[in-house]
Design a protein around this ligand. Structure first.
Ligand SMILES: Nc1ncnc2c1ncn2[C@@H]1O[C@H](COP(=O)(O)OP(=O)(O)OP(=O)(O)O)[C@@H](O)[C@H]1O
Ligand SMILES: [Mg+2]
Length: 329
């Protein structure tokens, strides 16, 4: 997805520049040498499984905790050196915090009081942006998870940020809540706000973000566009026929059919291109194995991790699917 860029000053320091970022907790290295650059106008996804170090990284970006080593620059400024670095930055990690016994409006008014009269005048607009105007006089304690997440974004908007850093904004929301959150984040991007968001859901990030960093065990294993990565991973197909034994033999002999395996009693493979799949379907029919299903699989985050760590036996073996059996040629 291409996102309109704010301003045209290409020499300006980028919203986020992270170099060699490390955070250790005793023996544990939660973040292990992260480098990334978020450019103005990006909706940047920080993607990784539980415990990968996403929240810890975002905490360091927001100046909430001190890196063990390495640097964070927000628009060229170090949040550890000066709170001014956070002037144009807002967001939340884990979950936004509010007074449960106060109304949403009162919570926002209290937050706005820190930022002066101008911020106070933005309360109504912020509530409207996240579609909470009708519930603004309700206590936050009675809010659903999705409403609290949206209120967190409203709170961030009071600061009129140029950069918004959001930790798993859609996690725990139902499908409709996720869709609303995506729309909201798209709206922020259209207003010219650069967004960094973390997630463990590939589909969410893929739909929203123009660039991603994929992080695993504290390390970035990929930075760039998901589409490029998926191209490299190849499309996985699933096959079911009237005679799978014969089909397997046909697949084995067919050019352009790779990574052949049987998974959950289904034949799976990657294909070098659509032509190889078309040729395979013809060969199957000729061999008398008639096709029930021949379908491309949705690439999962796990698949992408495998494609990124292929050749690294330790990683691959540790997470091997016990239901998957590779088929020798
Ligand atoms: N304050 C802390 N003290 C000790 N260990 C910590 C602390 N904060 C994080 N960790 C550890 O650092 C690692 C990364 O945690 P982090 O919360 O950054 O992961 P995450 O990617 O945000 O995971 P999740 O998807 O579950 O939110 C974990 O092993 C976690 O236990
Ligand atoms: Mg987290």
């Amino acid at each position: 997805m291409s996102v309109p860029r704010r301003g045209s000053d290409t020499d300006a320091p980028p919203p986020v520049e992270v170099r060699g970022l490390v955070k250790r907790y005793g023996e544990l290295t939660a973040v292990d040498g992260v480098d990334l650059t978020v450019r103005a106008g990006d909706v940047y996804g920080y993607l990784g499984p539980n415990g990968a170090g996403k929240t810890t990284s975002l905490r360091m970006m927001l100046g909430l905790i001190r890196p063990t080593s390495g640097s964070v620059r927000l628009f060229g400024r170090d949040p550890q050196q000066s709170v001014k670095a956070l002037d144009d930055v807002a967001g939340f990690v884990e979950a936004p915090a509010f007074y449960a016994y106060l109304t949403a409006r009162r919570n926002l008014e209290l937050l706005a009081a820190y930022d002066g009269d101008e911020a106070r005048s933005r309360v109504d607009h912020a509530l409207a942006t996240v579609e909470l105007t009708g519930r603004a006089r309700d206590r936050v304690g009675g809010y659903s998870h999705g409403m609290k997440q949206r209120l967190g974004i409203a709170a961030a908007l009071l600061r009129e940020p140029k950069l918004m850093i959001l930790d798993e904004p859609a996690t725990g929301l139902d499908p409709a809540g996720m869709r609303d959150m995506r729309q909201l984040i798209r709206g922020l991007a259209e207003q010219g706000i650069t967004v960094v968001l973390s997630s463990h859901l590939l589909a969410e990030v893929e739909e929203l973000c123009n660039r991603v960093a994929i992080v695993r065990e504290g390390r970035i294993v990929y930075e760039g566009m998901i589409s490029e990565l998926k191209r490299g991973a190849g499309t996985t197909y699933r096959l079911a026929t009237t005679d799978d034994e014969r089909a397997l033999a046909v697949c084995r002999a067919q050019r352009g059919i790779n990574d052949l395996r049987v998974q959950h009693q289904r034949i799976c493979f990657t294909a070098s291109g659509e032509a190889a799949v078309a040729e395979l379907s013809q060969a199957l029919v000729e061999a008398g194995a008639l096709i029930h299903t021949l379908a491309p699989e949705t690439v999962t985050l796990e698949d992408l991790f495998f494609s990124l760590t292929e050749g690294r036996d330790g990683d691959r073996m540790a997470s091997e699917d016990p239901d998957s059996v590779e088929v020798a040629r």
